[in-house]
Design a protein around this ligand. Structure first.
Ligand code: ATP
Ligand code: MG
Length: 354
């Protein structure tokens, strides 16, 4: 009975909340890797989810915002090179089984455990929830476990902020399998190889570029917007005059260069320096102004973003086609989730009618 047993396939599930357009943090934290893995064909199945139901957990009063951003995120995906022929792109709310699974998993998690989840804690503080935290938001790690396990995902490419979510998912899987028998697959996170990419800071120097914090360079920003955001970026506040010694470690301009610059960029755009180490050394000993570094960063980022902008504009001409693609993705995703849910219900002995 193959439809009720686990598979041995290598499967990816990952996604993004449609709370805004996607930004550089998404790109280096997860998107770029997804596209590489997709094109390497080393995975049997790839599911990419637009997490609209999760977005509603802290945007319940903003349905229009979430709806509009589903289209924006889909366009960002296509712009980055996610290919519907190779990856199943779908919308979370259209797969009712995900809600069903989450409902059963809720019984396997305590309130105290969720309260200890560092990501839930940090995000609740950032959103100013206090004791007014919506139950849906509070329990979103459980819903995320449903999303991951519904597709038997072995691998979840994510940024660092998602590590506590993966830990929580594994605990739920172990608890489920312990009680009901070996049913669910334990997922593993896949973090970016370059550690600065796991949590790209905001243009304002805060710890994480995040839609909710308004400190983003979006993948779809125009060339002028990107340039003006870079030129007004936070740097080292003590590096006032060009001669001053500078700090490159907590300086987002240098962190972005760590994340995005390639060896050929120096020869092309800043031939006075052989590599990033030399540029950093000059900034640290003094005598290198912010504007020069920012101009270089601008050249590097424009080169990365230009092909994405061109592809996005092409897909934008046919939004109907984008929706047809998502609809087909939802249908495929639903079939998989339904098979897993049948397996789960059988294990839980709630499969009364065969
Ligand atoms: P929100 O503020 O609405 O939570 P977000 O900007 O945090 O939005 P998500 O949709 O929550 O974005 O995150 C989607 C994926 O992108 C996750 O895998 C997350 O780890 C990754 N990610 C988000 N921001 C960053 C960042 N600044 N650096 C690296 N990865 C990131
Ligand atoms: Mg987030």
């Amino acid at each position: 009975m193959s439809e009720i047993t686990k598979t041995n396939k290598k499967i990816i599930l990952t996604g993004d909340r449609p709370t805004g357009r996607l930004h550089l943090g998404h790109y280096v934290g997860s998107l770029k890797r997804r596209v590489e893995l997709q094109n390497s064909k080393t995975y049997d199945e790839i599911y990419i989810m637009i997490a609209d139901a999760q977005a509603l957990t802290d945007n319940a009063d903003k349905p229009e915002k979430v709806r509009q951003n589903v289209t924006e995120v889909a366009l960002d995906y296509l712009a980055c090179g996610l290919d519907p022929k190779l990856s199943t792109l779908f919308i979370q709310s259209q797969i009712a089984e995900l809600t069903e699974l989450a409902f059963y998993y809720l019984n396997l998690v305590t309130v105290a455990r969720l309260q200890r989840n560092p990501t839930v804690k940090a995000e609740s503080i950032a959103r100013g929830f206090g004791s007014g935290i919506p139950v849906g938001f509070f329990t979103y790690p459980v819903s995320q476990t449903a999303d991951i396990t519904a597709f038997d995902a072995t691998t979840v490419p994510v940024g660092e902020d998602q590590l506590p979510m993966l830990e929580q998912a594994r605990e739920i899987v172990r608890s489920f399998n312990g009680i009901y028998g070996d049913t669910l697959v334990e997922p593993k996170e896949l973090l970016p190889e370059n550690s600065v990419c796991g949590r790209l800071p905001g243009t304002d120097g805060t710890a994480k570029m995040s839609k909710s914090l308004g400190n983003c360079i979006y993948l779809s920003d125009s060339a002028d917007e990107v340039k003006s955001k870079i030129m007004s970026m936070y740097t080292d506040p003590n590096h006032i005059k060009v001669e001053d010694k500078g700090n490159t470690k907590d300086n987002p301009v240098f962190i972005y260069l760590d994340a995005f610059s390639k060896s050929g960029d120096f020869q092309k755009y800043l031939p006075d320096y052989a590599n990033l180490a030399e540029l950093k050394a000059h900034y640290e000993r003094g005598g290198l102004g912010d504007v020069k570094v920012k101009r270089f960063l601008n050249s590097v980022l424009q080169e990365t973003l230009e092909p994405l902008r061109i592809r996005r504009a092409e897909f934008q001409k046919d939004i109907g086609g984008v929706y047809d693609m998502l609809k087909a993705g939802c249908e495929r995703a639903r079939e998989t989730a339904a098979r897993t849910t049948a397996r789960v219900k059988k294990a839980m002995k709630i499969d009364y009618f065969g």
